[in-house]
Design a protein around this ligand. Structure first.
Ligand code: SF4
Length: 237
C-alpha cells in the first residue's frame, strides 16, 4: 500500500463509520454558503445562511434587497459589510450574464470548464469552485482550506507555502476516487488532532508517518483530550 493510501486508511480508522455525504446542494447555495463561511466558524455561517433562506424567498429577492436587510440576516457571521456587498454583486453579475439566478447548467460542464466559467467572477477563487464541484456536483476534487493545507504540509505530502499551491499538487498526488473522501477526513482530523495551535501529536495515529519537525515537542505537551467538531456547513445545506 503506498503512503497516501496508508494515510487515508489511518484517517478512516480515526473516524470509524464515517462516510462522506453524497453531493446534494444547489450550486448557487454552495457558492453563497462558502462566501459566508470566510473568516468564521461553520456553525456561525450556517446560522447566517439559514437566516438568509428564511428572510428571503429566493436569491432574486436577496439580489434586490436593501443592504441593511441582508446585513441584519447575516450579522452573526462577521465581516457583514463586505459579505453583503460581495453577495449582492455576485448575484447581480450572474443574473446579468445568465438571465436568471441558477447555476444548474454547470452540471453539464466538465471540471475545467466550470473553473473557467466561475473564475471570471470577482471574489470567487479555486477553493470556492472546488467546494461547488465537490458538495453540489459530486465531482472528485479536493478543496484545500487552511486545515487541509496545514495537515498536508505537516505530514509531508506536499511542501507548499499557500493553499493554492497545495491544491495544484494534491489533485495530482491523491488517487482518483479518493480526493473528496480525503478532503472530508483531513478537515475532521485537522480540527480534532492536528490542530493549528497545539497539535495533539502525542495522541496522533499518524505520528510515525508524519514529517512535522516539531512533532516530538508537541507530543510531550499533548495533555488535552481530542474534541470532535464535525459540523461542516456544506454538508448541511
Ligand atoms: S504527528 Fe502531529 S503534526 Fe503530525 S499529523 Fe499528527 S498531529 Fe499533525
Amino acid at each position: 500500500m503506498n503512503r497516501i493510501n496508508t494515510i487515508i486508511k489511518l484517517l478512516q480508522n480515526e473516524f470509524p463509520g464515517f462516510e462522506p455525504q453524497p453531493a446534494k446542494a444547489d450550486p448557487l447555495d454552495v457558492l453563497i454558503a462558502t462566501k459566508l463561511s470566510q473568516n468564521t466558524t461553520d456553525k456561525t455561517s450556517y446560522r447566517a445562511f439559514t437566516n438568509l433562506k428564511n428572510d428571503f424567498r429566493n436569491w432574486d429577492e436577496v439580489m434586490d434587497a436593501s443592504p441593511a436587510s441582508i446585513r441584519k440576516a447575516i450579522r452573526v457571521c462577521g465581516l457583514v459589510n463586505t459579505k453583503t456587498a460581495d453577495i449582492k454583486n455576485l448575484l447581480k453579475q450572474m443574473n446579468k450574464k445568465y438571465g436568471k439566478l441558477s447555476l444548474k447548467f454547470l452540471e453539464k460542464l466538465d471540471d475545467k470548464s466550470i473553473y473557467e466559467e466561475l473564475l471570471q467572477y470577482k471574489g470567487i477563487g479555486v477553493k470556492t469552485i472546488s467546494c461547488v464541484l465537490a458538495f453540489s456536483l459530486g465531482r472528485d476534487v479536493l478543496p484545500v482550506d487552511t486545515h487541509v493545507h496545514r495537515v498536508m504540509n505537516r505530514l509531508g505530502i506536499v511542501k507548499t507555502s499557500a493553499p493554492e499551491k497545495t491544491f495544484e499538487h494534491a489533485n495530482l498526488l491523491i488517487p482518483k476516487g479518493k480526493k473528496f473522501l480525503f478532503h472530508t477526513l483531513l478537515i475532521r482530523f485537522g480540527r480534532k488532532i492536528c490542530r493549528s495551535a497545539n497539535p495533539l501529536c502525542g495522541k496522533c495515529s499518524l505520528y510515525d508517518l508524519c514529517e512535522f519537525k516539531d512533532k516530538e515537542n508537541y507530543a510531550l505537551k499533548s495533555n488535552a483530550e481530542p474534541k470532535e467538531n464535525n459540523f461542516i456547513i456544506l454538508e448541511h445545506i
